[in-house]
Design a protein around this ligand. Structure first.
Ligand code: NAD
Length: 362
């Protein structure tokens, strides 16, 4: 495989996704048809890739932004909007954002509201952003009362994912993206699951061919779901597989001490226990998914995170409406379903993931 291109059909317009090796060097040519280009780059990424970006997009002075999760808020959006105004960006502007999911979400939201919306190009530089956050059109920043509460649907015109930039990514960030890819495999692509299951060493070493396939297949799964269901309907809820109980852990930990992907790993194990309990999933398949997930050595759930605190956090999760609780559950590898669950299902799921984590910690 040398590269992958997929056109994602959104209600408002199409988005072309390019996945390949060495695409950063071709940023200029790939975005050439957008005349009025403005570049926003995450600071750590600028330090790593500034020279290549400057070569590819010479003459465009970048807006360099902080990209820590705690800075993903309206103040960062304001700083980007101010820089765009000062540089004279008009309605025909295209904002090109280079960085991980934090940068993509923040600059993406700025593009969504700047002059009521200007064109957006994502150049994701983390595995999670390439596999997941750059696809689908959701952009959001945090409010002090919760994550991603201020946002919009603003699908990009183009996504350019260069897997060679993943070489410098810390291991923890590789895990984060890999768990999202494993999740996508269980939701909709058995071959993607097989890849994450069998290529652990190559994934951790960021083998370009394996990364190319991992990202391309993840993009395909998410794109197909988003095309069926752009907003928050049942199809899109499939993407929450592993995220219900996973978000519970993250909320209890206040998003510190464990990466999002690792929380999703434990969340998938918990969701599978619910699916087995409901006779929707064969226990041997659940065990196979657990083995594949644990092969990447996630951090165990820290002591102090218990069933009661997880369930309290899940009860406040925005995916639950007051009348019903739904969860994405696996039926087999490559097929998930959104199912109404009971409080005792959730208790069993929380217990199962806490037990699995305790056994894993040894
Ligand atoms: N919009 C969506 O649909 C969606 C979906 C999932 C997650 N998200 C959001 O994405 C964010 C998480 O994104 P993320 O996992 O990409 O984290 P991130 O943006 O925080 O990046 C992780 C770290 O990697 C660094 N980094 C980025 N590229 C690098 C590179 N090539 N080499 C070395 N270091 C690099 C960053 O500077 C940062 O320190 C969260 O805020 C989450 O809410 C959004």
């Amino acid at each position: 495989m040398t590269g992958f291109t997929r056109t994602v059909r959104h209600g408002s317009h199409d988005c072309v996704v390019h996945v390949g090796v060495g695409l950063i060097e071709r940023l200029g040519e790939l975005t050439e048809r957008h005349r009025s280009r403005f570049l926003v780059v995450a600071k750590p990424v600028y330090e790593l890739l500034g020279a290549s970006i400057a070569r590819a997009l010479s003459g465009i002075e970048p807006i360099v932004m902080a990209d820590e999760e705690r800075e993903k808020g309206l103040a960062s959006v304001d700083a980007i909007v101010t820089a765009l105004l000062e540089r004279g960006a008009r309605r025909d502007a295209t904002v090109i954002v280079v960085g991980g999911g934090v940068a993509g979400d923040t600059a993406g939201f700025a593009a969504a509201i700047y002059l009521r919306g200007v064109r957006l190009v994502h150049v994701p530089t983390t595995l999670l952003a390439q596999c997941d956050s750059s696809i689908g059109g959701k952009v959001a920043v945090n409010h002090r009362l919760g994550k991603n509460l201020i946002g919009a649907f603003h699908p990009p015109a183009m996504v350019i994912s260069d897997v060679s930039v993943l070489q410098t990514l810390p291991r923890r960030e590789i895990l984060s993206g890999t768990y999202e890819a494993l999740k996508s495999g269980v939701i909709g692509d058995a071959a993607l699951f097989d890849l994450t299951e069998t290529q652990v060493g190559a994934v951790l070493e960021r083998d370009p061919q394996v990364m190319l396939e991992l990202v391309s297949r993840s993009v395909e799964v998410k794109a197909a779901i988003v095309e069926m269901d752009e907003r928050e309907g049942d199809q899109r809820r499939l993407l929450n597989y592993g995220h219900t109980l996973g978000h519970g852990i993250e909320t209890v930990l206040d998003y510190a001490g464990m990466s999002h992907g690792e929380a999703v790993c434990w969340g998938m194990i918990g969701a599978n226990a619910v699916a087995v309990r409901r006779r929707l999933l064969d226990v041997r398949v659940a065990e196979r998914i657990s083995r594949a997930a644990l092969a990447y050595s996630p951090s165990p759930i820290p002591p102090g995170v218990d069933r009661a605190s997880i369930l309290a956090a899940v009860g406040h999760d925005k995916k639950f409406t007051s009348s019903s609780m739904v969860m994405a559950l696996a039926r087999e590898i490559g097929r998930c379903e959104v199912v109404e669950v009971t409080a005792s299902d959730l208790e069993a799921g929380a217990d199962a993931m806490l037990d699995a984590s305790a056994a894993f910690r040894g």
